[in-house]
Design a protein around this ligand. Sequence first.
Ligand code: G
Ligand code: G
Ligand code: MN
Ligand code: NA
Length: 245
Amino acid sequence: FQIKNVLQQVDFYEVLSVHYQSIIDLKTDKVVGAEALLRFETAELGKVSPAEFIPVAEKHGLIMKIGEWVLKRACIDMKPIVLTNASFKLAVNVSIQQLEDKTFSDRVKTILKETNYPAENLVLEVTEETSISDSTKVRNTLNTLGKTGITVAIDDFGTGYSSLEKLHELHVHQLKIDQSFIRDLDKTTAIVRAIIAMGKSLDLAIVAEGVETKKQLDFLKGTTCDFVQGYYFSRPVSLDDFIKE
Ligand code: G
Ligand code: G
Ligand code: MN
Ligand code: NA
């Protein structure tokens, strides 16, 4: 209730900020991108995780506005980096509700135009849910976005129910293996190998999330996984700290 009131009554820039977490190329060990992660903080409520306030925003019809705010902020923030590193990719999370809105792809295009940010340098991350491949609205939005040159990634892969084959029919280019698989690698080695092999056979780029140890990294270096992300390299940090890193 309080989160809802704040989001409805206060300008987003007063309570929201965007942090960035590096994404690293496994072959070169170089930073090749960053994921934008929303942060919410007020004097009264303190820090509230997006896992808590995003569902509130979705429930009260605020997710489109918040999603546009994050995307625009992140494009402005990352533009200078893209200018000096043409292959740098900014990844922004979007919720299914945004993809179900038929104005979404036009709104994204407008933001890219306004910020003069290249579509080729943007990844939109969609959490894997059953509805992704079944919804015609989502399918249409992903197809339209795919044609603009934007990369579409399936986030938290392995936690939902979509088959890789179904995903391949959508305009999806990247899989992000859910961090729970990396955390429990002792038990999930075979699953992780299988996800990477299947993903690669469908020409998808693979990102492993939640890499926290050298051991996890060394395992992944022995696979054809493309990119890694996690506390071992960097936590999500403010723009200032990200630029310093
Ligand atoms: O950064 P953190 O681990 O607290 O993020 C928790 C969850 O919130 C993750 O699933 C992440 O994808 C999601 N999230 C973070 N930022 C955004 C955002 O800008 N939009 C949406 N839809 N989800 C976000
Ligand atoms: O659902 P999504 O993958 O977008 O969520 C990303 C979330 O995971 C962010 O909130 C980020 O803070 C968190 N995160 C990123 N790297 C690590 C990590 O190495 N370990 C853990 N436990 N969380 C991480
Ligand atoms: Mn994500
Ligand atoms: Na996510």
